[in-house]
Design a protein around this ligand. Structure first.
Ligand code: COI
Length: 355
């Protein structure tokens, strides 16, 4: 058995009142967009420095038809969540990590980027302005979507001369229609998500539309999502269209190493740290598909997805089912992570940031 959890359960006074939330059906939140009140915007011109941004009403934006993002996909995005705790406090989960990932992605895509302080301030202001859309405790979260794009006009292939940062928000519940039920993944054997030297390791907008075809084919057949293999050997597991993947065997937790083709998920990183705190050995390495198929537990992690158990993986005509009754590692780590995010477990790590 594993070492005792170093994290303590906290019981907080209930300082939250229903009146603080917008009137909507908080019990049936999926991951569809529910427009909120405000968004945040800031711009950067030739000097590559982002000017002070501002909140504006959520709505359509004006964009040149020749904006770099439209023809050449010069854009990256982020996703992070704010939770309403029982005491009424609203906290963001590790916004600094998203700021850092945006910076790394911006460098890869030849874009200037907001400082970490500017990024966090933008996200805090977006959350504060849309406070009534942060779901009641335990009902979900406010998902914040920061976007950085080349908004200046270009014709030939070149970096844009103007950049726009936007952040908008939407209340969300479970990502998959399965809710918290186990996912059924389909191993994609025609398309690849990323290639060595490409942009798979950053949250570029260009990584997502190419995944739609395989995703559509799989969901039409009843699968929850697609699991990608590496494009060189077509043998090692990489990630799912929407999240990272982990396997468990003999109390060892393994996940593909972030070698440039895997998105360095903030949830992935947090789960690795929590699992090590709980006494598990965690390995970041290449994982052959055969090893995944022979593992005891498989689960996915992501900001939108959180920590989701996998019930089956289908490769060509072979469907492997994983134990659906007892999934001790996945549920232990899920509870630990969500406990910190929602304030049910004391945050000794400084991961939650009050808005
Ligand atoms: C996230 O988890 O925040 C993402 O951006 C994944 C996206 C497919 C919803």
């Amino acid at each position: 058995s594993q070492a005792a959890s170093p994290l303590q359960q906290v019981s907080e006074p209930s300082g939250y009142s229903n009146d603080e939330c917008a009137a909507m059906d908080w019990d049936n939140l999926g991951f569809g967009l529910k427009p909120t009140d405000y968004m945040y915007s800031m711009k950067c011109y030739d000097d590559q420095i982002f000017k002070k941004g501002q909140l504006c009403r959520y709505g359509k934006i004006e964009l040149s038809p020749s904006a770099g993002i439209l023809s050449y996909g010069q854009g990256i995005f982020e996703g992070l969540k704010a939770y309403r705790k029982k005491d009424g406090q609203i906290v963001l989960f590790r916004p600094d990590q998203n700021a850092i990932r945006m910076k790394v992605g911006a460098e890869r895509m030849c874009m200037p980027y907001p400082s970490t302080e500017q990024f966090i301030e933008a996200v805090k202001q977006t959350t504060r302005a849309n406070k009534r859309w942060v779901p009641p405790p335990g009902k979900g979260s406010l998902y914040i979507r920061p976007i950085l794009m080349g908004s200046g006009p270009v014709l030939g292939l070149a970096p844009a001369s103007e950049y726009t940062f936007l952040a908008f928000a939407s209340p969300v519940g479970n990502y998959f229609k399965e809710g918290l039920a186990p996912l059924n993944l389909y191993v994609e054997d025609e398309f690849h998500r990323a290639t060595p030297g490409g942009a798979g390791g950053v949250k570029s907008i260009s990584n997502y539309a190419p995944a739609l075809k395989a995703l559509g084919r799989a969901t039409n057949r009843g699968f929850s999502d697609v699991l990608y293999l590496d494009s060189v050997n077509k043998k090692y597991v990489e990630e799912v269209s929407t999240c990272n993947i982990f396997i468990v065997k003999d109390n060892v937790i393994s996940t593909p190493a972030t070698n440039g083709t895997i998105l360095p998920g903030v949830t992935r990183k947090s789960i690795i740290e929590i699992a090590r705190d709980y006494g598990y050995r965690v390995e970041e390495r290449s994982i052959p598909l055969d090893e995944l198929l022979a593992s005891e537990e498989v689960f996915c992690t992501g900001t939108a997805v959180v920590v989701a158990p996998v019930g089956s993986v289908t490769y060509q005509d072979r469907r492997i089912e994983f134990k659906t009754d007892a999934r001790p590692v996945c549920s232990e780590l899920y509870s630990a992570l969500v406990g910190i995010q929602t304030g049910l477990i004391q945050d000794n790590k400084g991961w939650t940031v009050e808005i």
